[in-house]
Design a protein around this ligand. Structure first.
Ligand code: HEM
Ligand code: HEM
Length: 193
């Protein structure tokens, strides 16, 4: 199923969700190990990969948001309390905002340091600001603060997904996983008795 319905995410939305989740894991490892390495070729190569992958993530998130706008969207499950609905919407909005702000801050940071950003050495991206070391130091702090905020938002997001699946026994997780059919209501009711 390509398009989303009001009950389920379609395959493109599902694949984009899990691909972005996987790449964020790789991206965090590249960022942290790039910072930890001593100055040298390995550090430069790791950070160059981090930058290229970060730009890839920016593009994927924009595609995902576009796909979200032109598709119907599954409603939040009905068993949620009012504050849970608000929290779910706010967390999703924060995740999208962070996934745009992080790459943009990284891109600006590199330009301010005087290092142009390339996408896997294939495409040279424009410097959005000119060299400015004070701005660079500020943007490093912004980038790291955004990365920590992303980690916290993701912890909440994953905990909520697991709660839906294992505590509330609803289809929230299943409808985001390709090929995972909704629960059989009658069978799960029988299992509980
Ligand atoms: C690690 C990076 C991840 C990111 C950036 C991320 C981001 C998002 C976003 C932005 C949405 C909202 C979709 C929308 O309304 O457009 C979403 C939905 C969802 N995510 Fe994640 N997610 C990640 C990882 C995970 C993991 C590890 C799980 C499961 C354990 C998960 C489970 C879900 C589920 C079940 C939904 C669907 C919610 C619904 O149908 O209402 N996500 N995710
Ligand atoms: C979703 C995208 C991104 C995520 C999740 C992310 C995350 C991170 C993390 C976790 C670190 C390590 C911070 C530390 O341990 O102190 C880091 C560092 C860094 N990131 Fe990103 N980043 C992203 C995108 C980008 C992009 C697009 C660029 C540049 C084009 C970039 C450039 C850098 C640089 C240069 C550093 C090293 C900062 C320093 O010298 O201390 N990042 N990033």
């Amino acid at each position: 199923m390509l398009r989303n319905t009001t009950a389920r995410w379609g395959t493109p939305a599902q694949l984009l969700h899990w691909l972005i989740a996987l790449l964020i894991g790789v991206q965090a490892i590249l960022g942290v190990s790039g910072v930890a390495l001593p100055l040298g070729m390995a550090k430069l190569a790791t950070l160059a990969r981090h930058k290229s992958l970060g730009i890839t993530l920016l593009a994927l998130v924009l595609v995902r948001l576009l796909w979200r706008v032109v598709n119907p969207r599954p409603a939040l499950p009905e068993n949620l309390k009012r504050y849970e609905r608000t929290l779910a919407r706010a967390t999703h909005a924060a995740l999208y905002a962070l996934l745009i702000a992080l790459p943009v801050s990284g891109w600006l940071m590199s330009a301010a340091r005087g290092f142009p950003v390339s996408w896997f050495n294939l495409v040279q991206l424009p410097n959005l600001v000119s060299r400015n070391l004070a701005l660079y130091h500020l943007l490093v702090r912004v980038h790291v603060a955004l990365a920590i905020t992303l980690a916290l938002a993701l912890a909440l997001h994953v905990a909520a997904a697991l709660k839906h699946h294992f505590v509330l026994h609803d289809d929230t997780l299943r409808r985001m996983v390709p090929g995972w059919a909704p629960r059989d209501r009658d069978a799960s009711a029988l299992n509980k008795d």
